[in-house]
Design a protein. Sequence first.
Length: 312
Amino acid sequence: MTLDVITFVVAFGVALLLYPPAIRTLRRLRSGQVIQEELPDSHQRKAGTPTGGGILFVSLAILGGLLATLAGHPGALPALAGLVAGVLIGFADDRAKLRVGTRGIPARLKFPIQVVLGVPVAWLATVEAGPQLWLPATTWVVFPLALVAIVATANAVNITDGMDGLAGGLSVIAIATIVLFMPGATAGEKAVGMTLCGALIAFLVFNRYPARVFMGDTGALAIGFGMAAMAIQQGLLLLLPLVALVFLLETLSVIIQVAYFKASGGRRVFTMTPIHYTFHHEGWSENRIALAFWGAGLVSALAAVALVKLAV
């Protein structure tokens, strides 16, 4: 067995053992999910399901990266910085939702915080990176794009995390593609990525429909920050939208809906956004939506791998 496989298996086993007591702890802490009023009745029934489960798989990924670094494997720092930045913002947002019964930290405050914490992550990722594919090797071009990519990816994963198993499965596909099938992944980066994938698969055992726990913003924002940092570190900044295409399309559906609603005086393009809710309104089950979206994510990831092989 290779080191990557061992890392994945160990992370999966440890997370699988730790999630049941972690879920019980979250229940005791009364970390029940607050469901938005406009969501359908099938989602209203999920109110009270423990949220914040992402803190476990993120903690294991951080531990995996630290152990790899101590063992002399280079390259874990950008992904670690991304996970830490994302989990700090996400944890604060989840706490705000639970404490005051609102939608969390207001967007006008959360976005600047994401940008501020994204700056060191983008800097570390660009410093560690070799030449970016199809981009000039100049920091003044790469760094702003890297910062935009990090913040955008974090919010895209967060937007997609609205249905049992959906964001977790898509994240495993995207991260595994970046660290296993794309060129340039360092040993430290692979340690973070494979630990995160193993722990996420264990999380999906409890997050599949009907979910016993949600990752919350704690997990979603950390995944987005970490995923983008890894892609940038490998020089794959411009390929990130293809690797994470489903996340991108989910986000675009929200942007299109809001823009058209304002421009048309209240009309809508989609029944509900993010677009997975439109499929749900059309009668698709949550399992069917998750499997279909995972399939689309796998196809886009394979397309990205093929494109890289043609380019290099």
